[in-house]
Design a protein around this ligand. Sequence first.
Ligand SMILES: N[C@@H](Cc1ccccc1)C(=O)O
Length: 419
Amino acid sequence: MTIQHEGGQTASPQAKSLLGGAMIIAGTTVGAGMFSLPVVGAGMWFGWSLVMLVGIWFCMLMSGLYLLEANLHFKPGASFDTLTKETLGQFWRVVNGLSIAFVLYILSYAYISGGGSIVNHSLNSIGVELPQSVAGLVFALVLAAIVVISTKAVDRITTVMLGGMVITFFLAIGNLLIEVDFSKLAQSDSQASYLPFMLAALPFGLTSFGYHGNVPSLVKYYGKDGAKITKAIFIGTGIALLIYVCWLVATMGNIDRSIFPDIIAKGGNMGVLVAALSDVIESTWLNNLLTLFANLAVASSFLGVTLGLFDFLADLFGFDDSATGRAKTAAVTFIPPTILGLLFPNGFLIAIGFAALAATIWAVIVPGLLAYKVRKLYPNSDGFKVPGGNGIIWLVIAFGVITAACHLLAMADILPVYK
Ligand SMILES: N[C@@H](Cc1ccccc1)C(=O)O
């Protein structure tokens, strides 16, 4: 979800509720991570997954706050592009812009792949058989239509979807948690190794906590209220952490670790995970609830990300807001990921991994560098400053570099991958 288009900048900052901002962050953050985390976390299983999520949450929270710190040296409304250009120069501006565009594109494709998989799973349960690529096409066309119609439509529909997600999530999770078999969670076979699998999972954890494109929008929305925006980011990412942990308890507490290699062999796509969960759940309505939730989660992330991409490309190519302008923007936004979705209907996990590689640049490394630089440029500023000194900045940047390295090593088959 995005609030770039909020018209109400004239209201005083105090009038804006904290919860609104927190929900925007939570809505952006929770997405494809729901479906990648149990699959890539299977190797290290629950305990280490929990440790990893808390660590990544902290680093991604800090990098968001660094971006905020830098942003507050500019007028509300300044874009991420402007911040980078003015603070770090043309080189970083280009690297940053390219990595943002890449992440938005590859995520759009990932959502089409995941959405196709889940639409297919849903249709199967009512007896309709479609090739996965066609299901992806249907998913993409319906949602693209909403984005093309208007930003308002996206805002309204995402709000409805978010409401639906919260309701279905808590109903489904409530029931799943009741069925959880805690001995499954605590599974610890002293013969098996767990921890080494964390390295290959790090990039997926990083993508799961990405929301950073929304920070400049929050500054525009709330004005220069650093304390309030910090709270919104803290609460929003905290909600995401809570949802991910509940989801891991629900999935790993119901599906045995020994079943995951089979899920992974089938591409680890969302429909396969939900199907595995359906196998162990007797109740049909719980199954339907879960499927509905999965549909909503991926659809709302798709809307948020493609709307961001749509605006980014309109701005880049200078397409206007007329019907032809929007049609052109829609073409460059939706055609490439949809074609990829038709060609490679099951690349969901691979795409999320690549998204992580590029996201380390603009969601971790660049925010760290921005904060470091503004502290040097304005040493006497009494404005908002993230606590913890420069040491934590380097820690966060190191986390980004290590995660990017893990992705490259995993690609080269050097890291252990559970399968
Ligand atoms: N966190 C989002 C992906 C994302 C990454 C980076 C920025 C914005 C969104 C998800 O899991 O779907």
